[in-house]
Design a protein around this ligand. Structure first.
Ligand SMILES: Cc1ncc(COP(=O)(O)O)c(C=O)c1O
Length: 418
């Protein structure tokens, strides 16, 4: 099928929920995607932080092609070996104890909200309204179901579906005083993305996180870190929060976990996990054998000696290059991020940059209208960074020149009217 044929069919038969780029890759290898004509594209988007090992990674392929174990699905009411093996790794890396598997980021957020309420109920008098509130942070994104969405900040996502889950309040971003004021005995959990992804690669300050953790401890509320986008090696550490040696009660992962198959996990401290019991929470597909076997392969790749160090080094080099561009192009307001979760915030909308980059063979993303966001495969190397900058620099230089010209014209016309 051609791109045009697919577009025509989709226009007729799909719900109009996505504004897709006109791009139809037919195969991938490493950090590259290829269209039907054989044109190569460097991928700095990684399927929205999912393809951490890029495309056709030998470990992922081997896990998927393990013909000796052909079971695709067995249900969560019987056994397969891989859930426990993945859980063991996640527990080891987080220093937490127990895992619940689901299918997506939204679903693990939703499950974590339920876990916080179940934990609160178990540890309080049993009065449902004694402790049930979730504190979330302004500018956050936690998912699209009515619970996860209630903890998601942008009005445009929430407004059409209100009323959403009651009992969610927002704290001002990185405002520790407001966080303190917002805490009271009704709070069951503080839910925070360690680095906000959809919000534009915005780091939560160490002070805010530390204060949140302390307040949770003193109020017997759960400190839940959403590492769905920033976790699993993305920042050059297994989890972004490990930069500050925090001790969350619950960590949420999804996206990169199973190399492109749908899998998410709630990882929790033992006492918290015990708030769930048989039948109280569940899913048909979550944690299936193929997903978990593939997740094991992904996790083994991430923990291979030197892997995370390379993410950190390549990320530092990429960030340096973005800083260099910023120093000569004022249209770039800020270059920020950690490891291979990076952003260049522009003074103008970035949609056009994404289109032009695609034409030139570079796949990337713009979030929050003006933030160019980079979430490449974690196997990215410095030569890929050079290639990407080689494509971006002329595009941004032209954008700079256009906006300078426009500003000059605007200035001239206001002068003429004065
Ligand atoms: C931090 C964070 N939490 C939750 C989600 C929701 O995950 P999913 O789209 O897998 O439901 C996302 C998705 O982008 C995310 O970035």
């Amino acid at each position: 099928m051609t791109l045009e044929e697919i577009q025509a069919l989709e226009r007729r038969f799909l719900m109009p929920t996505y504004d897709r780029l006109p791009f139809y890759p037919v195969r991938g290898d490493g950090c590259y995607l290829y269209d039907a004509s054989g044109k190569r594209y460097l991928d700095l988007f990684g399927g929205l932080a999912v393809n951490a090992l890029g495309y056709s990674h030998p470990r992922v392929r081997a896990a998927l092609r393990n013909d000796s174990e052909p079971l695709i699905h067995v249900s969560n009411l019987i056994y397969h070996p891989y859930q426990a093996l993945v859980a063991q790794k996640l527990a080891r890396w987080t220093g937490l104890d127990r895992v619940f598997f689901a299918n997506s980021g939204t679903e693990v957020t939703e499950g974590a909200i339920k876990l916080a309420r179940a934990y609160a109920r178990k540890h309080q008098s049993g009065n449902p309204f004694e402790r049930y509130e979730i504190l979330a942070v302004e500018n956050s994104f936690h998912g699209r179901t009515t619970g996860a969405l209630a903890a998601t900040w942008p009005e445009k996502y929430r407004a059409p579906f209100e009323p959403l889950l009651p009992g969610v309040r927002f704290v001002r971003l990185n405002d520790t005083a407001h966080l303190r004021q917002s805490f009271d005995s009704r709070v069951a959990a503080l839910l925070v993305e360690t680095i906000q992804g959809e919000g534009g690669v915005v780091p939560i300050s160490e002070e805010f996180l530390r204060t949140g953790q302390e307040l949770c401890r003193s109020h017997d509320a759960l400190f839940i870190l959403d590492e769905i986008q920033c976790g699993l090696g993305r920042t050059g550490r297994m989890f972004a929060y490990q930069r500050y040696e925090l001790k969350p009660d619950v960590v949420l992962v999804a996206k990169a976990l199973a190399g492109g198959l749908p899998l998410g996990a709630i990882v929790a401290r033992d006492e918290v996990a015990q708030a769930f019991s048989a039948g109280i929470h569940g899913t048909t597909f979550g944690g299936g054998p193929v997903q978990c076997r593939t997740a094991l392969a992904v996790l083994e790749a991430l923990e291979a000696p030197g892997f995370l160090e390379r993410v950190e080094q390549t990320g530092a080099y990429f960030r340096e290059q973005l800083q260099r561009l910023r120093s000569r192009l004022p249209i770039i307001r800020e270059a920020r991020g950690e490891g291979l979760m990076l952003a260049a915030e522009l003074a103008v909308p970035g949609k056009e940059v994404v289109q032009q980059a695609l034409e030139a063979g570079l796949v990337m993303n713009c979030t929050q209208e003006t933030v160019l966001r980079f979430l490449p495969p974690l196997i990215l190397e410095p030569h890929h960074v050079d290639e990407a900058i080689g494509i971006l620099e002329p595009i941004l230089t032209r954008l700079q020149a256009n906006s300078t010209n426009q500003a000059a014209k605007h200035f001239a016309s206001t002068e003429a009217h004065a």
